[in-house]
Design a binder for this molecule. Structure first.
Ligand SMILES: Nc1ncnc2c1ncn2[C@@H]1O[C@H](COP(=O)(O)OP(=O)(O)OP(=O)(O)O)[C@@H](O)[C@H]1O
Length: 239
């Protein structure tokens, strides 16, 4: 069984009289340790797919199973608990809380988890270390560069040691040099810490760090490049 199994995923939106179906019966498997990039024209439903996988948006039809747990149709409370323990989200803009330090921003998502304060401290320190910012723990977002802020956002996404990390254009608002650093960091998290990732990007160069490259067009995943963990060639559909 794949780590993430998406079956018959359909998402429909109504805009006045118009019905938009960005996702139409999408099937996809993501294996543990995969780094999947998702590209495609603007407005095709990439963010919608990410948000449904993240349990933020409800699909119109279909199921998503993550590590054996069916998250579609879950009640709000249990779904929030599931997200806190299993899902890391990297946003295009870091969304840090300005009045909290880097340390406190990273700690925020695990305050919901049943951890001792010593364990919590250990996890925050490890996450800040993984993104190379242990020495900036006491800095506020305004005292950090754009790239450092995004690193804190990444530390926040990995602090719970989630089952899967989703990233929506993680370098979309960074300059070229900073994008390269974030690109290297994400690759390292996948290769060295084995983190499973699903990343939406418009940047071909960014997509190249993925072990599996997919495109979304007209409601369907139309092609795949690479294979699970970079091995055998794979198509986008479930295998
Ligand atoms: N909450 C919503 N209500 C109505 N329509 C929506 C909603 N969210 C998304 N859409 C529509 O669904 C379609 C897909 O949107 P989505 O943001 O997923 O595309 P995208 O591929 O991520 O685009 P981009 O590359 O520009 O970020 C768009 O036509 C969008 O307008």
């Amino acid at each position: 069984m794949a780590l993430v199994e998406i079956r018959g995923l359909t998402k429909r939106f109504k805009k006045g009289d118009e019905v938009i179906t960005p996702l139409e019966s999408v099937d996809l498997d993501i294996e543990r340790g995969d780094f999947v990039s998702l590209m495609g024209p603007s407005g095709t439903g990439k963010s919608t797919l990410l948000n449904v996988v993240a349990g933020i948006d409800e699909p119109t039809a279909g199921t998503i199973t993550v590590d054996g747990t069916v998250i579609t149709g879950m009640a709000k409370g249990p779904l929030a608990d599931w997200r806190a323990a299993h899902l890391g989200y990297i946003f295009q803009t870091h969304n840090l809380i300005p009045v909290l330090t880097a340390y406190e921003n990273v700690e925020l998502p695990i305050l919901l988890l049943p951890l001792s304060s010593a364990e919590r401290q250990k996890r925050v320190e490890l996450a800040l270390e993984a993104v190379g910012l242990k020495d900036r723990a006491d800095h506020y977002p305004r005292q950090l560069s754009g790239g450092q802020e995004q690193r804190v956002g990444i530390a926040r996404a990995i602090v719970a040691n989630p089952t899967i990390i989703v990233a929506d254009e993680p370098t979309g608002s960074l300059d070229t040099a900073t994008s390269l650093q974030i690109k290297a960091l994400l690759k390292q998290l996948n290769e060295q810490l084995g983190m499973t990732m699903l990343m939406v990007t418009h940047d071909e160069q960014m997509a190249l760090i993925a072990t599996r490259r997919l495109r979304l067009d007209n409601g369907h995943i139309v092609d795949g490049v690479g294979g699970h963990n970079g091995h055998a060639p794979a198509v986008a559909a479930h295998t």
